[in-house]
Design a protein around this ligand. Structure first.
Ligand code: 3PG
Length: 406
């Protein structure tokens, strides 16, 4: 498999798929990027291509486009502006995904210069009809985009679980494809943790629903030394263990599966032993710490309790590799953020004191570590939401397969 360093870039039209699917907000009547993490994460590859004298042609999808109306607020223009600010050099923005204006701008692009073209998912709606040319990987579209450049660099790990025209389609139609530095880094950390972790390897899985994470838990139970399960999904396991959970969230149709996992995993699976129970889904709710006896009627668990925090810390204490996905409680509410915060702090500690490799994947967990201000102190924060989850499930990601198959 090639990386961007294997390519001859000088004077080349370098097609670069990035994941600039970033949140936007309106400020003083102007649409701006509200979180630039994904753009910052792609800078090393972009800068490398520019330094080597390549002509960088960047493109990404932005949100999902189902109608002409959706296109109005979802142009890549503010993203191109943000990129120009971060790069400290002008960025040519072309408000088209095909046609003479785009082709001419690409032909006029000079070595070391950068161009961003319009949201690739604008191709999903043509003349008001939802045709999904991008999202269904229309072979003509991949072929056309491939014809615009000399080589293809895929740095969009966040989109690697999609087989769309702008990643898989181009890769199939161009002579040379390579992974960018971000793609490589994501594969190194997420793939490395799951395939060849330094042990003990501890996985922490949280979040609201068992159904979203069941395949990850199953896969990680095969690979990790311990799998800690916290967050809302733990109450389904509590029901499986015969514990009362009051009004807590749980999935009745997953109780049998939870029972089976508990039986198969033995002490590899670590569950919370207490909870912060609240009488409403509200930061100011009345709360108490519910222990072994379970949660009483009228209350719901919204965070792990202090004994669970100590238990989880003890499991993490000698870890050499940790993968974390999903919060331990409703961390957006300060009174239920403690469990998630404690895990974040413990991860910083094992990173600094044990030299452990600590990896965070998934949208919620990434938001949590950023809110907690610990993102810089952990080894790797994945830019993938769905992509990192599917990677941890052990699935082959088409965006990666399309590069390695070359
Ligand atoms: C993401 O944010 O997870 C990726 O950019 C993929 O977006 P999608 O789920 O709309 O395909």
């Amino acid at each position: 498999k090639l990386t961007v360093e294997d390519l001859e870039l000088k004077g080349k039209k370098v097609l670069m798929r990035v994941d600039f699917n970033v949140p936007l907000k309106e400020e003083n009547g102007e649409v701006i990027v509200s979180n630039d993490n994904r753009i910052v994460a792609a800078l090393p590859t972009i800068k490398y291509v520019l330094e080597k004298g390549g002509r960088a042609i960047l493109f990404s999808h932005l949100a999902r486009i189902k109608s002409e109306d959706d296109k109005k607020g979802l142009s890549m223009k503010p993203v191109a502006q943000k990129l120009a600010d971060l790069l400290g050099q002008p960025v040519v923005f072309v408000p088209a995904t095909e046609g003479p204006e785009l082709e001419e701008a690409i032909n006029n692009l000079e070595d070391g210069h950068v161009l961003v073209f319009e949201n690739t998912r604008f191709e999903d709606v043509v003349d008001g009809v939802e045709v999904k040319r991008e999202s269904k990987n229309d072979p003509e579209l991949g072929k056309y985009w491939a014809s615009l450049g000399d080589v293809f660099v895929n740095d969009a790990f966040g989109t690697a679980h999609r087989a769309h025209a702008s990643n898989a389609g181009i890769a199939a139609n161009i002579a040379q494809t390579a992974a960018g530095f971000l793609m490589e880094k994501e594969i190194k950390f997420l793939g490395g943790a799951v395939e060849a972790p330094e042990r003990p390897f501890v996985a922490i899985i949280g979040g609201a629903k068992v159904s979203d994470k069941i395949t990850i838990i199953q896969n990680l139970l095969q690979k990790a030394d311990k799998v800690i399960v916290g967050g809302g999904m733990a109450y389904t396991f509590d029901v499986a263990n015969g514990k009362s959970i009051g009004n807590s969230l749980f999935e009745e149709d997953k109780v049998e599966l939870a029972k089976q996992l508990i039986a198969e995993a033995g002490d590899k699976l670590v569950l919370p032993v207490d909870a912060i129970a609240a009488d409403a889904f509200n930061n100011d709710a009345d709360t108490y710490v519910a222990g072994d006896e379970g949660i009483k009627d009228g209350y719901m668990g919204l965070d792990i309790g202090p004994k669970s925090v100590e238990l989880f810390k003890s499991v993490l204490a000698d870890a050499k590799t940790v993968v974390w996905n999903g919060p331990m409680g409703v961390f957006e509410m300060p009174n239920f953020a403690n469990g998630t915060l404690a895990i974040g702090e413990e991860l910083v500690k094992v990173t600094e004191e044990n030299g452990a490799t600590t990896i965070v994947g998934g949208g919620d967990s990434t938001a949590a570590v950023q809110q907690l201000g610990v993102a810089d102190k952990l080894t790797h924060i994945s830019t993938g939401g769905g992509a990192s989850l599917e990677y941890l499930e052990g699935k082959t990601l088409p965006g990666i397969a399309a590069i390695s198959e070359k």
